[in-house]
Ligand binder design. Structure first.
Ligand SMILES: NC(=O)C1=CN([C@@H]2O[C@H](COP(=O)(O)OP(=O)(O)OC[C@H]3O[C@@H](n4cnc5c(N)ncnc54)[C@H](OP(=O)(O)O)[C@@H]3O)[C@@H](O)[C@H]2O)C=CC1
Ligand SMILES: O=C(O)CCC(=O)C(=O)O
Length: 479
């Protein structure tokens, strides 16, 4: 009998039955059984977080620092085991899984430091004899709703700042991948977090997530996921007058200019488009190439794409793990058919892959001859599918790159300082990458996009304070 991983509500592990977490590399393997919270349990979790807020918001910075620091150390010490768990539940390769776990440890370490570094400002008032102090205070109960594609890093980069700045938390991880979040909640609790400060409610978005959104006692919601659910978060939050932060889709371009180093261009695009099975909001699925280098680049990229090794996430040689589940696989294969139907040329991939185990394996797929008006160039696929668009020159490349409703990340591969500088200034994306992949960001600097990709203050780095605190301005007249 597989052990049930329970929800954490007010310091107690609760739940009597759950669902199986299935390995997408081998669908006959159950990774674990995880409880599903009811709406009533979610309300209890919110009430617990509310009750714990006054004490936690006034807790000493040393206590918070110590808990976050201890959590970071345990995550790092267990990176192999947790990396395997992550790769088994989500399907990214073991190297990627361990990398993501390491990133989670670094995030907790960073925010352990931020606890000690939170500052305010002291200014003179325009009125003589009056002083002005600007301080940051915690917001209250934070509802955190996370997607399946980064099962440990995204929960970490929302939980760590929320707790660091003195908020209490109710987290709902994606129903597909509850295991990694369960593991960090367990670590945080054993690191000494008082009861009620962090509550875990696993389960369905339509039940648990919706209950969080409907509650006026949730004072802020931090969300990463699809555009559709993001809009629901926005509407529900405006109704109750709470803060919210959304990280949603991307249709990220990479421009390859005639003067690019061919090797750098091929590697950068292959990584951006296909690593992590293309299941990253920062993945590059539009490759915009100027005509002088186009044919040479396309030939080299198609060759690299065809050689990428697809397989079981835990196998040593695997470069591309499986797609996360049958729903996402259908979305990917549907878009491959749409691309063919729209008249793009299939230059590599396009088919499912058969392996020793039954999993959702799909060849990395490259289209050429695409236009920026095709659906494969406008809509987020969220799989290992990329389309090359040929353009005349840098000016057309820039206009094409910016011609999208999204604006998360954007890349350029060039040896020209002039074009790199111009692109950094004129790209309509929140994150710009010069000669580096569009995906795979640092943990200590701001993360987020523009246009339809993001809403609200940036996540990560010291900029996270903007969302997870409220500014107070106090005026004092000297007696
Ligand atoms: N930008 C990004 O980082 C991501 C983008 N996506 C995009 O979204 C598509 C669909 O992915 P998916 O994971 O289904 O995205 P969703 O937006 O449906 O899921 C994200 C989170 O929101 C929850 N949720 C779903 N419905 C509600 C609701 N009514 N109220 C509150 N919370 C809710 C989900 O729960 P549950 O797990 O039960 O569905 C999950 O925890 C992908 O194909 C991709 O295009 C997906 C993941 C990340
Ligand atoms: O590219 C990264 O490192 C992060 C991507 C991400 O946050 C996402 O895909 O949701």
């Amino acid at each position: 009998m597989t052990e049930l991983h329970k929800n954490l509500i007010d310091g107690e592990w609760v739940g009597s039955d759950g669902i199986e977490n299935i390995n997408p590399s081998n669908i006959s393997e159950v990774v674990g059984v995880y409880a599903r919270a009811t709406a009533e349990e979610t309300k209890q979790a919110i009430a617990a977080a509310k009750a714990a807020f006054p004490a936690w918001s006034r807790s000493g910075i040393l206590e918070r620092h110590a808990i976050l620091s201890k959590t970071s150390q345990e995550i790092l010490a267990r990176k192999q085991e947790l990396g395997e768990l992550l790769s088994r539940e989500e399907g990214k390769t073991l190297a990627e899984g361990i990398g993501e776990v390491t990133r989670a440890a670094q995030i907790f370490d960073f925010f352990a430091g931020e606890v000690l570094r939170l500052t305010g400002e002291v200014l003179a008032s325009v009125r003589p004899g009056v002083g002005v102090e600007i301080t940051r205070e915690p917001v209250g109960v934070i509802g955190i709703i996370t997607p399946w594609n980064f099962p440990i890093a995204i929960p970490a980069w929302k939980i760590a700042p929320a707790l660091a700045y003195g908020n209490t938390v109710v987290i709902k991880p994606a129903d597909l991948v509850p295991g990694s979040t369960w593991a960090i909640v367990d670590i945080l609790v054993r690191a000494g977090l008082p009861k009620g400060v962090l509550n875990l409610v696993m389960g369905k978005g339509s039940v648990v997530g919706q209950t969080l959104l409907d509650s006026p006692d949730v004072h802020a919601v931090s969300f990463t996921g699809s555009v559709g659910t993001g809009k629901r978060v926005a509407e529900a939050s405006i109704k109750v007058g709470r803060k919210f932060q959304l990280e949603m889709g991307g249709k990220n371009p990479t421009i390859v200019l005639d003067d690019a180093d061919l090797k750098v261009a091929v590697e950068s695009v292959a990584q951006s488009a296909f690593f992590s099975t293309g299941q990253r909001c920062t993945a590059s699925s539009r490759v915009i190439v100027t005509e002088g280098i186009h044919d040479q680049f396309v030939a080299a990229l198609a060759e690299r794409t065809a050689k990428l090794r697809v397989g079981h996430a835990l196998e040593k040689d695997t470069e591309i793990g499986p797609v996360v589940d049958p729903g996402q696989l259908k979305q990917d294969t549907d878009y491959i058919e749409i691309g063919k139907g729209e008249g793009a040329t299939l230059a590599a991939g396009g088919d499912r892959v058969k392996k020793d185990t039954e999993g959702y394996f799909l060849q990395p797929t490259l289209f050429t001859g695409a236009t920026n008006q095709m659906r494969i160039a406008r809509e987020e696929i969220f799989g290992p599918v990329a389309a090359v668009i040929k353009v005349k020159d840098y000016e057309e490349a820039l206009a094409t790159a910016n011609d999208t409703e999204f604006g998360l990340s954007a890349g350029i591969v060039t040896t020209s300082l002039k074009y790199a500088t111009h692109f950094k200034r004129n790209s309509e994306a929140g994150m710009v990458m010069v000669n580096v992949p569009t995906a795979g960001v640092d943990f200590h600097v701001p993360f987020g996009g523009r246009k339809g990709s993001s809403y609200g203050p940036r996540e990560q780095g010291k900029y996270a304070a903007e969302f997870f605190t409220i500014v107070k301005t106090a005026y004092t007249a000297a007696g």
